[in-house]
Design a protein around this ligand. Structure first.
Ligand code: C5P
Length: 230
């Protein structure tokens, strides 16, 4: 079975990211690179990695611009790419069409993950943005729309994963960050869940960053977390 563990390599330094990627290679199904890394290193940086890459750019723009961006990124195709569900169905369809059209012969198409409501937004902040009714209802609404428009899955918090699995069945990828093994530091994550609980609730993948990259031995930390969920 492929590993459900995604290791977040949150750094702008290519050398550091490659070093961590090498250490966790036997345990990680994917490595996650974010905006910080991409702004510093671009597609050429992504192409340095031998394992599947989850590129977390959270794209959000008009359909034509998204289409061009996804085509450009897919020259060195990441395995997974995030887009904001709130860009709407036409933007999501444009992303899906571009990912299909741009996928080089013989390579697996980039899978699109829709971000519904950022976990940094409270119900009160959402209301300030013109979305009354709370985050849970908005997550469900956006998730339904995004999956209908061609998203392959969703990024969600551990607290929404069971609801989304119940609503949409076994097919969608449900990728869950904010994972903390029992007893490890939460740092700036407020709504955390253990690896075991997130997988039991229906996650297809868990994203773990600092509990691995800041551990005394990242390879041992990754092995231990993978052990908890397989
Ligand atoms: O170090 P830590 O395990 O908290 O890293 C989690 C990773 O997942 C980071 O790259 C963070 O940006 C990302 N993420 C998150 N919460 C979300 C979406 C993404 O923590 N809702």
């Amino acid at each position: 079975m492929p590993s459900p563990l995604i290791v977040a390599l949150d750094t702008a330094a290519l050398d550091q990211a490659l070093h961590w990627a090498g250490l966790v290679a036997p345990y990680a199904g994917f490595i996650k690179l974010g905006l910080e890394f991409f702004c510093a290193n671009g597609p050429a940086g992504i192409a340095q990695f031998t394992q599947p890459v989850f590129l977390d750019l959270k794209l959000h723009d008009i359909p034509t611009t998204i289409s061009g961006a996804v085509r450009a990124i897919c020259a060195a195709p990441p395995a997974l790419l995030t887009v904001h569900a709130s860009g709407g169905p036409h933007m999501l369809e444009a992303a899906r069409n571009a990912a299909e059209a741009a996928c080089p012969e013989g390579r697996m198409r980039t899978r699109l993950l829709a971000v519904t409501v950022l976990t940094s937004l409270s119900d009160a902040t959402l209301a300030e943005c013109g979305v009354p009714g709370g985050a849970t209802a908005q997550v469900l609404r956006l998730a339904q729309m995004a999956l209908n428009a061609g998203a392959d899955g969703l990024v969600c918090s551990g607290h929404e994963v069971a609801m989304l699995r119940d609503a949409f069945g076994p097919a969608p990828l449900l990728v869950v960050p904010g994972i903390r093994p029992q007893g490890s530091a939460t740092a700036d994550q407020a709504r955390v869940m253990t690896p075991q609980h997130a997988m039991a609730a229906g996650a297809s993948h868990i994203v773990v960053g600092r509990p691995i990259t800041q551990a005394p031995d990242p390879a041992v930390a990754a092995a231990e977390i993978l052990d908890m969920v397989t």
